[in-house]
Design a protein around this ligand. Structure first.
Ligand SMILES: O[C@@H]1[C@@H](O)[C@H](O[C@@H]2CO[C@@H](O[C@@H]3CO[C@@H](O)[C@H](O)[C@H]3O)[C@H](O)[C@H]2O)OC[C@H]1O
Length: 401
């Protein structure tokens, strides 16, 4: 049943005028600045037909990233024995769909196999293992990746180097060694440093800029900085803060991309949290749109059904733009609006009046309009366009799907 309080009416009224029709997130991203919009995905969820149908929707997703299947534990579980089966499934899917593939990742302190974490290493033997891994994996995917996250999360919050096996055994030289090895294996792929909490100014962002300078000082190629953007509703950095930090990276001659965007909240979700999440998504995407060198945006899976958040951050979730029933949330509208999608709307709406707020716009092909379908409790609520069914996402908003 739909329960509509005065505040929910107001909330729905707020988001309705921002909706766009007929285009998707990637279509809008390409149209506004020739950038891409994409999503992380993972092999287990590829058995879910409804999930895969939307993943294949290139109007929304022009790019995909494997969430786990190119990591070290997945690709080299035993020393010098490589397994690309799961990574290939996602790479092949991207190719079949004509989607860009961001490849993730080559050197990280997490998701390493036991032979790496429990090995007895010297500088020389670990450098050899590092180079062998990077060479074999990058060579395997040569020609398929738009970019590689070469090194992931090398920094502490204060901008110093994380005391990983890589740093404690090899020193900071492991970074230029990793980038040089990746460049030697595929001279065309973009090479990224990727981290979280480097999306706003501070010691860690300065540390990331220093990594760019370090690699460059060795005469080694580094093309980009990946801003993971695992944010929290209400604590997401402002658009201007994110844009100015992006500019600090691009001033060094590298591009930036938002690589793992999600914006979590403490559960249960409320209208206010979902509304704030819409704003936070819009600000983050808007920062990329404003930044000349921001080449794309990737969300870290598109539906709450398969988000990594609940299993990682206790009591938190609902971080994605689609909910667990694969229904678009207000966050979707926030993203589309930031991408200028609303300006490309086509069609004719019927006028719908809700409580004291009158909403009128135009559309013939209304794929989705929040809070409007069904009619129960509404004044003048519309029914869905032909071919769409009114679906209740929760007790306070509905959508034609
Ligand atoms: O049991 C493991 C399970 O824990 C693992 O979860 C993945 C962990 O990594 C997640 O991606 C990372 C999110 O944070 C950034 O810092 C990194 O760059 C990302 O790689 C991923 O989404 C989770 O699925 O998955 C494998 C299971 O065996």
């Amino acid at each position: 049943m739909m329960h509509l309080s005065a505040s929910s009416l107001l909330f729905a009224a707020c988001i309705l005028p921002q909706l766009a029709y007929g285009d998707g997130l990637n279509t809008a991203a390409v149209a506004i600045r020739k950038t891409y919009f994409g999503t992380g995905t993972d092999n287990p969820e590829l058995t879910d037909t409804a999930y895969v149908t939307q993943l294949n929707n290139t109007a929304d997703f022009g790019q995909i990233t494997p969430g786990n299947s190119q990591k070290w534990d997945a690709t080299e579980p035993t020393q010098n024995t490589f397994t690309f089966t799961n990574g290939d499934v996602i790479a092949d899917l991207a190719e079949a769909n004509g989607q860009k593939l961001r490849c993730h990742n080559l050197v990280w302190h997490n998701q390493l196999p036991n032979w790496v974490t429990s090995g007895t290493w010297t500088n020389e033997t670990l450098v050899a293992a590092l180079k062998n891994h990077i060479t074999k994996v990058v060579t395997h995917y040569k020609g398929q990746c738009y970019a590689w996250d070469v090194v992931n999360e090398a920094l502490n919050e204060d901008g110093t180097y994380r005391e990983s096996l890589w740093y404690t055994t090899i020193g900071e030289a492991y970074l230029p060694i990793a980038f040089a090895t990746a460049a030697a294996a595929d001279s065309d792929v973009k090479l990224y440093y990727n981290d979280y909490n480097i999306e706003y100014s501070g010691a860690k962002a300065t540390g990331a800029q220093n990594i760019v300078k370090l690699v460059q000082s060795y005469g080694v190629k580094i093309d980009g900085v990946g801003l993971q953007a695992h944010f929290i509703v209400g604590s997401t950095p402002s658009k201007s803060s994110q844009a100015s930090t992006m500019a600090a990276y691009t001033a060094l001659g590298v591009e930036v991309a938002i690589t793992e965007l999600d914006i979590r909240m403490t559960l249960p979700s409320t209208q206010a949290l979902l509304s704030q999440q819409q704003t936070d998504y819009s600000n983050t995407v808007g920062a990329c749109v404003e930044t000349e060198g921001c080449v794309g945006i990737t969300i870290w899976d598109w539906t709450d059904k398969y988000s990594w958040v609940p299993s990682t951050f206790s009591g938190q979730g609902d971080a994605c733009p689609w909910d667990e029933n694969l229904v678009k949330k207000p966050a979707y509208t926030g993203i589309l609006t930031a991408l200028g999608g609303a300006t490309t709307a086509t069609g004719t709406w019927t006028t719908s009046t809700m409580s004291t707020t009158s909403i009128s716009s135009t559309s013939t092909s209304v794929a989705a309009h929040y809070g409007q379908c069904g009619g129960s409790g509404w004044t003048g609520a519309t029914s869905c366009a032909s071919g769409y069914t009114c679906t209740y996402a929760n007790s306070w908003y509905s959508q034609c799907l």
